[in-house]
Design a protein around this ligand. Structure first.
Ligand code: FE2
Ligand code: FE2
Length: 186
């Protein structure tokens, strides 16, 4: 006799909607503010993390690029404070688990590579993952600001987005130079 397969209980549960927390965002303004708190934490964490990356890099151009982006990142923190101010809100940071994960991974890459071009390649990869996360975040925040007609915040977010993109492009070119020189050695 043919038996009909029943769906496992776990699968059924996974398709159910997750209940919202008590302090869950109710509208786009709430979500915008929450996301600003997240990236504010992330940028502050980067200000602390970038000096270690810079110290562990060997290539002078890479060191300079990280140093430049450290000073830009400090400006990103300030711009976010200006965004909160424009919204009439207090600047508040909320732990960003994604950035914490990316920074942990960056630390592991440093520990797991010998100093020199291999570690440099790892640092570039870790830094680019961070930049891509930031580009995605600022792109989304700018879209929210546009919809919410928060023009002052939008102006700051677009400036930062542009700097994140430029940094990512610079890292791509440094990665090419680094990998090509490594290939030439082989
Ligand atoms: Fe940034
Ligand atoms: Fe960045």
């Amino acid at each position: 006799m043919a038996t009909t397969k029943t769906q496992p209980a776990a699968k059924k549960t996974a398709t159910r909607k997750t209940p919202a927390k008590k302090d869950a965002a109710k509208d786009l303004s709430d979500l915008f503010e929450d996301s600003l708190k997240d990236i504010y934490w992330a940028e502050k964490a980067l200000v602390k993390a970038l000096p270690k990356m810079m110290k562990n890099a060997t290539n002078e151009k890479l060191k300079t690029a990280i140093e430049k982006h450290l000073s830009e990142t400090e400006t990103h923190v300030t711009r976010l404070e200006q965004c909160f101010e424009a919204l009439g809100k207090k600047a508040q940071a909320k732990k960003c688990d994604a950035m914490q994960g990316l920074l942990d991974e960056g630390n592991s890459i440093i520990e797991e590579t010998e100093p020199g071009s291999v570690r440099d390649a790892g640092i570039i990869a870790a830094a680019q993952k961070v930049e891509h996360y930031e580009i995605a975040t600022y792109g989304t925040l700018a879209a929210y600001a546009k919809i919410l007609q928060e023009s002052e915040a939008l102006k700051h977010l677009l400036k930062t987005l542009e700097e994140e993109r430029k940094c990512d492009e610079l890292l791509t070119s440094l990665a090419d130079i680094n990998l090509n020189s490594k290939a030439a050695e082989a």
